[in-house]
Design a protein around this ligand. Structure first.
Ligand SMILES: [Zn+2]
Length: 151
């Protein structure tokens, strides 16, 4: 009895240390929108990436705001959207405090990944080759965004 208890404790300690950081990190994310598609969930919660030039938002030119597809938080204004030619919706700036960043070393690259500060969902990567004064380019998966026009 005592022996199996010790075995149980030691194996759970081992599992804890073996858990990759990514998994622990993803545990802090929560699904709020129950209507998300499998592809949306893969991007938002497993840091996936949609196919380039697949997003309908690439051609969206109306005035309005882009919201988190999971929690609905307002993330970008249409005034910061630009055509980067990369195939993903791109923005020169985000609304203040809406994202948190972390360094992403996947695919042998060092990139800055950003996620929604409200729900923790992954949105895209931040680059320093943007056209605005701050030089930022938010490269965002279109499937992570919901556009709401002003009128
Ligand atoms: Zn969110």
């Amino acid at each position: 009895m005592r022996r199996s208890f010790i075995k149980l404790v030691s194996s759970s300690v081992l599992v804890f240390f073996l858990l990759p950081y990514k998994f622990l990190y993803s545990k802090t994310k929560k699904i709020i929108n129950q209507n998300l598609s499998e592809e949306q969930k893969n991007i938002l919660f497993n840091e996936g990436t949609e196919q380039p030039f697949s997003s309908q938002l690439l051609t969206e030119k109306r005035e309005g705001f882009y919201h988190c597809a999971n929690c609905g938080a307002k993330l970008f204004s249409s005034s910061s959207k630009f055509d980067s030619g990369t195939g993903w919706p791109s923005f020169s700036n985000a609304l203040p405090g809406v994202f948190k960043t972390k360094i992403d070393y996947s695919f042998g690259m060092k990139r800055i990944e950003y996620h929604c500060a409200n729900c923790g969902a992954h949105h895209g990567h931040l680059f320093n080759d943007g056209p605005g004064k701050n030089g930022k380019r938010f490269c965002n998966n279109g499937l992570c965004l919901i556009f709401k026009p002003i009128n």
